[in-house]
Design a protein around this ligand. Structure first.
Ligand SMILES: Cc1ncc(COP(=O)(O)O)c(C=O)c1O
Length: 453
């Protein structure tokens, strides 16, 4: 067969695969690197967790417990299974049942349908590899979590965004998009909807209980060419306010028991350094994912799985998650309080989401304020010593029926993260941001007055 000339031309000195050529450097990493070179910068950009509360003593105690017993220690230091430690999967099934119970649902979870991974990102990646061929369509939210968007693009998927509002994915907008794709003759290409359903990255919004059945029903109705699955990424599920229980998982709304994939992680509610996540899969997907994972690593770090099982059994995990919920709740209040105060002081009108959990607040500026990385505000903010994530990164690569959504557009939005930033810097970070916005708006209106005089 003759070589594809375009492919050959793009390869360069090393003959890279088509997939490698599709895999771009994350646009945001260069931006953050560049901005972090500025001394004294307060960064409200990265989605990292709080440093002060990382559970060193708890992890040390778990290490002692596993390694002080030579027999147990040897088992933990040996290779494990591809699917994950059976005792851990039993504990995870009980944990998922408990989380749903807190939200008022009685769902049973089968440990045989759980796969443990190296972070939930590995499982999300394996799911993309297992389900997608190039040119398949994935529905995402608009805006969405840019890391997974890049993973999906590298798998060759075409992405279409479903608008969200402050209650999450809008079922009617999902229906309208699927109708459009059907009219275009593309419905057969749609494989799944990806949804960060709790304290969404980047907006902080939860998909409301009242919408979950409608979303699944809409996917079911348009599953004419085969099931359109729902991939629920619940990375932030356990970081909500204790007195506002979020909805139960989409799994508990799925009567077929075959349509929902649920991914969770220990990175956010415990420690990302352990890099342990897990997926609850439809029964028929377990073997295909295990074959793919076997090619990848034939099992995630066994020692880490023993540690997590120990932490779950002793209750140390639950105490830590509760501590983080309190810590993030306090930081979120500080951040939102500062937004209210400084918008008042600088006479700036902005809108923002009011999450009851997670690590992010999403800000929607007036349409005349351009928040993108090439525009004046971003550079002014860096010069004034504060960094945010421009909303444009959360829309990048996602096609949409309309560029505007109820939560703004790629031009006038930004993400603020309060996980990593020390509490005492949050106030000043917000002050610098709002002051920069006020300066930028004043600059734009003086330019306009200049232009019209
Ligand atoms: C929405 C979402 N999903 C998944 C992940 C991946 O986390 P990990 O691989 O550490 O479990 C992240 C990390 O920030 C995230 O924000």
């Amino acid at each position: 067969m003759a070589p594809d000339q375009e492919h050959v031309r793009r390869q360069g000195p090393i003959r890279l695969s088509r997939k490698a050529l599709r895999t771009a450097e994350p646009a945001i990493s260069r931006l953050i690197e560049m901005a972090l070179r500025h001394e004294g910068l307060i960064s409200l950009a990265p989605g990292l967790v709080d440093e002060e509360t990382l559970p060193v003593a708890e992890t040390l105690a778990a290490c002692h417990e596993v390694l002080a017993d030579a027999h147990l220690g040897r088992r933990a230091l040996q290779y494990g299974t591809t699917q994950g430690l059976p005792e851990l999967r039993e504990l995870l099934a009980a944990h998922l049942e408990q989380l749903d119970r807190t939200s008022g649902a009685t769902q049973q979870y089968d440990p045989a349908r759980i796969v443990v991974g190296t972070g939930s990102q590995q499982l999300l990646y394996l799911i993309a590899q297992t389900l997608l061929d190039p040119d398949d369509i994935v529905l995402t939210t608009a805006p969405d979590y840019f890391v997974y968007v890049a993973t999906l693009e590298s798998a060759g998927a075409e992405l279409w965004g479903v608008p969200m509002d402050e209650h999450g994915v809008i079922p009617e907008a999902l229906d309208e998009l699927l109708r459009y794709l059907d009219r275009q003759g593309d419905l057969w290409r749609v494989k799944f909807l990806y949804c960060v359903s709790y304290y969404h990255n980047p907006t902080g919004v939860c998909t409301a209980a009242e919408r979950r059945a409608a979303i699944l029903e809409t996917l079911e109705r348009w599953s004419r060419y085969g099931p359109i699955l729902l991939l629920e990424d619940a990375a932030y599920r356990e970081l909500g306010e204790d007195d506002v229980p979020p909805a139960p998982s989409f799994v508990s709304y799925d009567d077929s028991n075959q349509r929902v994939i649920l991914c969770q992680t220990f990175s956010k509610p415990f420690a990302p350094g352990l890099k342990c996540g897990y997926a609850y899969l439809p029964e028929d997907l377990v073997e295909p994912i295990l074959r793919e994972k076997s090619n990848h690593d034939f099992g995630s770090a066994n020692l880490v799985q023993y540690l997590i099982a120990t932490l779950l059994r002793s209750g140390a995990y639950h105490r830590q998650a509760a501590l983080l919920r309190r810590q993030y709740s306090q930081k979120r209040r500080r951040l939102i309080g500062a937004l209210e105060r400084y918008c008042d002081e600088y006479q700036v009108t902005l809108r923002w989401t009011k999450p009851s959990g997670g690590l992010y607040v999403w800000l929607i500026a007036p349409p005349e304020l351009d928040t993108r990385s090439a525009a004046g505000l971003f550079h002014r903010c860096v010069a004034n010593g504060v960094l945010y994530v421009p909303g444009e990164y959360c829309f990048l690569g996602i096609r949409a029926l309309q560029p505007d959504t109820p939560l703004g557009s790629a031009r006038n939005t930004l993400r603020l993260a309060y996980g990593h930033c020390p509490t005492e810097q949050l106030e000043e970070g917000v002050r610098r941001l709002v002051a920069s916005i006020a300066e930028e708006l004043a600059h734009a209106s003086s330019q306009q007055a200049h232009g019209s005089s």
